[in-house]
Design a protein around this ligand. Sequence first.
Ligand code: GUN
Length: 283
Amino acid sequence: MAKLIDGKAISQAIRDEVRDEIAAGGIKASLAVVLVGNDPASTVYVNNKKKACEYCGIRSVSYELPEDTTEEKLLSLIDELNNDPEINGILVQLPVPKGINEDHVIEAISPMKDVDGFSKASVGALSIGDKGFVSCTPAGIIELLKRSDIDIDGKRCVVVGRSNIVGKPAAMLLLRENGTVTVTHSHTKDLASITREADILVVAIGKPEFITSEYVKPGAAVIDVGIHRLDPEKNNGKKLCGDVKFDEVEPVAGYITPVPGGVGPMTIAMLMKNTVAAYKMQH
Ligand code: GUN
């Protein structure tokens, strides 16, 4: 039976730490939250980010732009926010509508305000061990491990998935913590033989319940980044699942994150931490 890594409780503890730090330090941090269009999932994420800001005592300034916003218009807003001393962090919720180039948007955000850590400057800094913003989901994974007393130093870490937002930065962070890291992906041959070597297995492939027990070494720490909607009527009332087949892997693993309530809540908690770090960097 695996020990459950409680992302809900850990993320709450981080939000409380951020709130206490803000209150004690007279910090007046503010985050610009930009949503273009009305994608329902993005709307939920953005609202949760604004709620977390309110909880922590961060001022959130919301920009809701229509679906047909031009790239030029969005880039001009980002430019304005870059130059506004009252704004410490800028978050443009992704994906942006077709017709707007995501790379242009990410690169337009000043590295000093890039609280998502998606820009080339932030990613480059992470890969050479320089200071800079680390993207929130991978940073959250490291916090989950550390706060569950799972030592990374010297451990075999296997990351399944190589996205710019999760897989690659998660690998860089595990490496920074002195893990021995292997990154696997859709072209990897005999994936299970590699994942079975992992003491720490981070799964971010976007395939529902892909990782079954034969992929997992007994006692391993399994971090599931996936989140997929299920039809509750066909799944015994279950509404969500991850990339890991929880019921099958849980008896084998030493530690496991549930979905929901594992990695998910950590992303927003780390965004709050990054926003305070941005404020401090700018003052
Ligand atoms: N879309 C999905 N995840 C994220 C995230 O962490 N940040 C932003 N800006 N957009 C996202």
